[in-house]
Design a protein around this ligand. Structure first.
Ligand code: PGA
Length: 259
C-alpha cells in the first residue's frame, strides 16, 4: 500500500517572511493529519526560516533543485550538504520549467538525483510531455525517453544503483500543458500516463519495485479536482504549484488525498 504524498512547489514565490506566514497557517490546518506525506518546497532563501517553523511537525521540507557536486567553483549553485544543513528531506529534480528555461536534460537530471540519493535525500523526479508532443501522439515515447534517460544506470546491477534506491524515488507525472494553465489532465488521461510509467518501471526494476514507487500527478491540481485524480489506481499524490501558495487550498488538497 503506497502512502499518498502531496508536495507543494512554491516556485519563485515567497520571501522568507512571507514563507513563515504561509507555513505557520498550514501547520495549524494540517496538524495531526495522518495517512498522507506532506512536503513543502520553498525557494532556497526561505528554507532556513521554514525549517524552523516545521520542526517536529508532520510537514517535511523539500527544495526545488540541487547541484550534483558537494562544493567547488560552481557559482550560483546549491549542494546536497547545504540542503541537509536545513533539514531538507526531499528535492524536486527535472521540473519542466528547469528543462524548458534552464537547459535541464535527462542526463543532468540523472546526476542531480544520484547526488540526492547519495546523501539520503528523496528526489521527486518530474517527467511529462508538452502540448505539441501530446497532439502528435508522442506522449508515451516522451515519457519513455525521460524515464529511461533520467533514471539511466539505475537498474540493479548497472552502475551500482539498486531497486532499493528506486524505491526511495518519487516520480511526478506533469503534462507540461497542464502546468499553471488551469487545464488539468482528465483523471483517465492521467491514469493512462501513470500506468504507462509504472509499466516502464516494472520492465526496468521488476514488478515489486514498480508497485512500491509513488507517482504523483502535477498540473493545475486544486481542491476541486484532487479527489477524482486520487481515485485512480496509479495516482499516489500530487505535486501542486499555484494551489500550494494558500494554506487553505493546500490543506484541502492534503485532506482529500488521505487514504
Ligand atoms: P501548478 O504547478 O499546480 O501551478 O499547475 C504544478 C507544478 O509545476 O509542479
Amino acid at each position: 500500500m503506497r502512502t499518498p504524498i502531496i508536495a507543494g512547489n512554491w516556485k519563485l514565490n515567497k520571501t522568507s517572511r512571507e514563507a513563515i506566514v504561509l507555513v505557520e497557517e498550514l501547520k495549524r490546518e494540517v496538524a495531526d493529519l495522518e495517512g498522507v506525506d506532506i512536503v513543502v518546497c520553498p525557494p532556497f532563501t526561505a528554507l532556513e526560516s521554514v525549517s524552523e517553523v516545521l520542526t517536529e511537525t508532520n510537514i517535511a521540507l523539500g527544495a526545488q533543485n540541487v547541484y550534483w557536486a558537494d562544493s567547488g567553483a560552481f557559482t550560483g549553485e546549491i549542494s546536497t550538504p547545504m540542503l541537509k544543513d536545513f533539514g531538507v528531506q526531499y528535492v524536486i529534480v527535472g521540473h519542466s520549467e528547469r528543462r524548458q528555461y534552464f537547459g535541464e536534460t535527462n542526463e543532468t537530471v540523472n546526476k542531480r538525483l544520484r547526488a540526492a540519493l547519495a546523501h539520503g535525500l528523496t528526489p521527486i523526479v518530474c517527467v511529462g510531455e508538452n502540448l505539441a508532443e501530446r497532439e502528435a501522439d508522442q506522449t508515451f515515447a516522451v515519457l519513455q525517453t525521460q524515464v529511461q534517460g533520467s533514471l539511466a544506470g539505475l537498474p540493479a546491477g548497472q552502475a551500482g544503483l539498486t531497486c532499493d534506491e528506486m524505491n526511495k524515488i518519487v516520480v511526478a507525472y506533469e503534462p507540461v500543458w497542464a502546468i499553471g494553465t488551469g487545464k488539468t489532465a482528465t483523471p483517465s488521461m492521467a491514469q493512462e500516463a501513470h500506468a504507462f510509467v509504472r509499466g516502464l518501471l516494472a520492465k526496468i526494476f521488476g514488478p515489486d519495485t514498480a508497485q512500491s514507487v509513488r507517482i504523483q500527478y502535477g498540473g493545475s491540481v486544486t481542491p476541486e479536482n484532487i479527489a477524482a485524480l486520487m481515485s485512480q489506481p496509479d495516482i499516489d499524490g500530487a505535486l501542486v504549484g499555484g494551489a500550494s501558495l494558500k494554506a487553505a487550498s493546500f490543506a484541502a488538497i492534503i485532506n482529500a488525498a488521505r487514504k
